[in-house]
Design a protein around this ligand. Sequence first.
Ligand SMILES: [Zn+2]
Length: 280
Amino acid sequence: MAQPTMPIADQAGEEMQTVPEPSPTELASSPEATALRAEILDVGRKLWERSYVDGNGGNISVRLGSQYVLCTPTLISKRDMEPADICLANLQGEIVAGNRPRTSELLLHLEIYKANPRARAVVHCHPSYATAYAVTGSAPPTGYVTEFELFIGPVAVAPYETPGTQVFAESVLPFVEDHNTILLTNHGIVCWSDTVTHAEWLVEIMDTYCKTVLLAQQTGCPLLRIPEHKIEEILAIKRRMGLPDARMARLQKSSAETPVDAGELDRLVEQVVARLEGRD
Ligand SMILES: [Zn+2]
């Protein structure tokens, strides 16, 4: 997941022509929009089935073209959405196609898209274990589960602001470059990735990790940390895969002193990518 996209070369080797972007109406009815609506509906049902959303809570969006996003409407259960419910909004938050009012929390999504071009899809919801940490205003400790370290790592905690306001939307801005998963104090979480499906995977990984740490702490036994030099390997893999991590700056400093074995790193990356693609 979240592998960097590769530029596709022009097959004929000819100069790329500038094609005018379709109108909002054309975009809203394009095959790409149809596929993205289906993906949003699938992810909405997954969020509801896993109890990550309650009532009309949670919202999902994805970029479409350079100037628009498809997003979930306000006041709807994420279990019950239909394709016509998904709105097309511009980056100012105005609906340009669709009959339902957008979610007020679209402002949060738009700030993330504008601040970080790598964010192509955003999922916000209220999963119980992650939100339990959000209620304490603290992030779960890092260093205990490989999957979490690889895909998420240190989680940021945005200060509390009233949901739906511009101040709330901007509360994540200091964190959105280095963190794909951000806890919203007294509220829930928001995750960004390259696709809607991958953003939902981050929610699953985050909530499962929070649950695991809370359970492990209840055993009364000491928790075993992943050795620091193995964390360095995970960080090197994350860099190769284009995944963000606030610890990268530290790795840059230490790897300048102790270079990572490039051959060994290539083998590790290949193993991880093979697993993600279901090849092992
Ligand atoms: Zn919310």
